[in-house]
Structure formats: structure tokens, C-alpha cells
Design a protein around this ligand. Structure first.
Ligand code: HEC
Length: 183
């Protein structure tokens, strides 16, 4: 009697595990229209290897992200991550929001909250050393200062700030474009 019950339970679990695979989950990488120009060098590498999977539209979906029930968890992390901080829509976001996000980056990287433990467990390359945490937070702080300066709101790699001869090509020619449209 007991055996038949156990067998029924096991069969039920097996059927459920197979059935759950059929439940669809959103796992897409939408276009990265407002992607941040990632800083060159170490910080860009840290962002790419430790943050972008959950905070951009350039997610590298691992094979287990296709297997239920794990796929629901992975999709939730990515969706929540993108909603909170998205480097793929960065340039389209309000300056004040970007500033706030950089402030949060400093906080969560210093506290060790990010990258998430469940992620670094499976992605050892995303575990940050103290030096990497320092580099990342120093960049975020410098980026806040740079963004608060007038006329520098456009995404420019952080390391060009100290450039003694800033490239002014982008500003040239802005004067003639509008004329034709004037009524
Ligand atoms: C495994 C996915 C994942 C990775 C990798 C990841 N994050 Fe997150 N991150 C999340 C999720 C999910 C949230 C939303 C958490 C919440 O709602 O409480 C979040 C929230 C945040 C926030 C907002 C915090 C707040 O107070 O609202 C910041 C800033 C952040 N992450 C920065 C980073 C940085 C920087 C990295 C890389 C060093 C990183 N994250 C790596 C998933 C991730």
C-alpha cells in the first residue's frame, strides 16, 4: 500500500517536472538603443563580466536558463535587474536618474550586495576583488562628478575627462542645421 503511494508521488513529480518545461518564459535581448559607452580598460571589463548579464540587454543566457524551474528564477533576476539598472537604455534616462543609479552602484558594490551571490556562485569570474570594487566605485563617483558639469551630459568614456584637448568636433556645425525648419 505504502509503496503504491510513493510510486504515485514520484510519477506525479516526474510528470510535473516535464510539464513545467512547457511553461514559456520571456528570455529576450531587446535592442540596446541607449547603450552606455562603457569605459575602456578595467572598469569596462568588470561591468561586462560582473553586471551586464542582469543589467543590460546583452544577457548571455546560460543553458540552465532554459530548464524549469531554474529558468523562472534566472528570468526574474534579469527582469528585476534590468528594471532597476539598465546600461542598455542608459543614454535615454534622465540625468538625475543616472546620477542616482551611480550613487546606488557605489553603495551596493561597497556593501558587496552586487553582483548577487547566486550569480557569482555560478560565475566565479564575476567575483570582485577589493581592488576591482575600488576601481568600480571610483569610476562611478568620477562619472557623477563629470555628469554634474555643464555640457557633459552625453555619454563620454570617463577616462577622456582628463583630456587636456577635448574633442570639440561634436559641437561644430550645430548652428546651420535648424535654419531650414524655421517658420
Ligand atoms: C544575477 C543578476 C545580477 C547581477 C550579476 C548584478 N545584479 Fe545588480 N541587481 C539585480 C537585481 C535582481 C536587482 C534588483 C534587486 C531588488 O529589487 O532588490 C539589482 C539591483 C541593483 C542596483 C539597484 C540597487 C537598489 O538599491 O535598488 C544596483 C545599483 C545594482 N544592482 C548594481 C549592480 C552592479 C554594479 C553589478 C555588477 C558589479 C550588479 N548589479 C550585478 C541583479 C543582478
Amino acid at each position: 500500500m505504502k509503496r503504491t503511494v510513493l510510486r504515485k508521488v514520484l510519477v506525479g513529480v516526474a510528470v510535473a517536472l516535464v510539464g513545467i518545461q512547457l511553461v514559456p518564459v520571456q528570455r529576450s535581448n531587446p535592442p540596446a538603443d541607449g547603450a552606455m559607452a562603457l569605459p575602456a580598460g578595467e572598469v569596462g571589463e568588470i561591468l561586462t563580466s560582473a553586471c551586464m548579464d542582469c543589467h543590460s540587454h546583452e544577457t548571455v543566457w546560460p543553458w540552465y536558463a532554459g530548464v524549469a524551474p531554474v529558468k523562472f528564477l534566472v528570468a526574474k533576476h534579469v527582469n528585476d535587474g534590468r528594471r532597476n539598472l539598465n546600461f542598455s537604455t542608459w543614454a535615454t534616462q534622465e540625468l538625475s536618474r543616472r546620477d542616482h543609479k551611480l550613487e546606488e552602484i557605489v553603495e551596493v558594490v561597497k556593501s558587496g550586495e552586487m553582483p548577487e551571490g547566486s550569480y557569482t556562485w555560478l560565475h566565479p569570474e564575476a567575483r570582485l576583488t577589493d581592488a576591482q570594487r575600488y576601481a568600480l566605485t571610483a569610476w562611478a563617483e568620477a562619472e557623477r562628478v563629470r555628469m554634474s558639469a555643464p555640457d557633459t551630459a552625453a555619454a563620454v568614456p570617463a577616462d577622456s575627462v582628463a583630456d587636456p584637448m577635448p574633442d570639440s568636433a561634436g559641437a561644430a556645425g550645430a548652428g546651420d542645421g535648424g535654419r531650414a525648419e524655421r517658420d
